[in-house]
Design a protein around this ligand. Structure first.
Ligand SMILES: Cc1cc2nc3c(=O)[nH]c(=O)nc-3n(C[C@H](O)[C@H](O)[C@H](O)COP(=O)(O)O)c2cc1C
Length: 183
């Protein structure tokens, strides 16, 4: 698959099974993330990986946060089980560094680009996944549970694994609806 084919056919897959990427293939995924655009070379990223039982520990962190927010028992249980939807979950955080020319937003955008690059590198190697967020990425107790600092910002959880379903027909989008040549 060449680069343009990958860009034009990128898609998510929420139904994922073992195996998750490992070894050199996983390393390639991280390296793709680390090629994200990065103003002032701040490398403002951290990828926190959960596989196997670590996913249960992540689930406990999410469930505790849900409970603390006063969510209903079903929602707490759903949060606890959320990381089990894929064999690997990667929490992607912007490790925001103080910089006079690079505000936090730019560093968060950079982390988002890293997440997407990792998803595409997974797809290019026969894996896939989905970028998920929800209120989890705005909850400070979840940041604490993951060992993140006060200035850090989760941008999402990349669920990764082997796709269980065929690619659905990708929606055709007409650039004319989204592009305007400034006059
Ligand atoms: C910042 C961000 C957060 C997202 N959070 C969720 C989420 O929590 N749950 C979800 O089902 N999709 C979420 N999505 C959307 C999916 O990642 C995916 O893009 C969507 O299902 C469309 O599928 P596609 O990527 O194949 O076009 C999020 C996307 C972005 C960019």
């Amino acid at each position: 698959m060449n680069a343009l084919e990958l860009l034009l056919n990128r898609h998510s897959c929420p139904r994922l099974a073992e195996p998750a990427p490992a070894g050199e293939q996983l390393d390639t995924i991280f390296k793709a993330g680390l090629r994200a655009p990065d103003h002032a070379t701040l490398t403002p990223w951290e990828f926190i990986v959960f596989t196997g039982e670590q996913r249960d520990r992540l689930g406990e962190i999410l469930a505790a946060a849900a409970e603390a927010r006063g969510e209903a028992p079903e929602a707490v249980d759903k949060a606890r089980k959320a990381p089990l939807r894929a064999p690997m979950v990667i929490a992607v955080a912007a490790k925001v560094k103080p910089h006079d020319k690079v505000p936090a937003l730019e560093q968060q955008l950079s982390a988002g680009c890293a997440l997407m690059a990792m998803q595409m590198a997974a797809q290019a190697q026969g894996f896939n996944g989905i970028w998920r967020s929800g209120w989890f990425i705005f909850d400070r107790s979840i940041h604490d549970g993951l060992g993140l600092d006060e200035q850090d910002q989760l941008v999402g959880f990349l669920y990764l694994g082997t796709p269980l379903v065929e690619v659905r027909k990708l929606p055709e989008r007409d650039p004319a609806q989204f592009v305007r040549y400034f006059e």
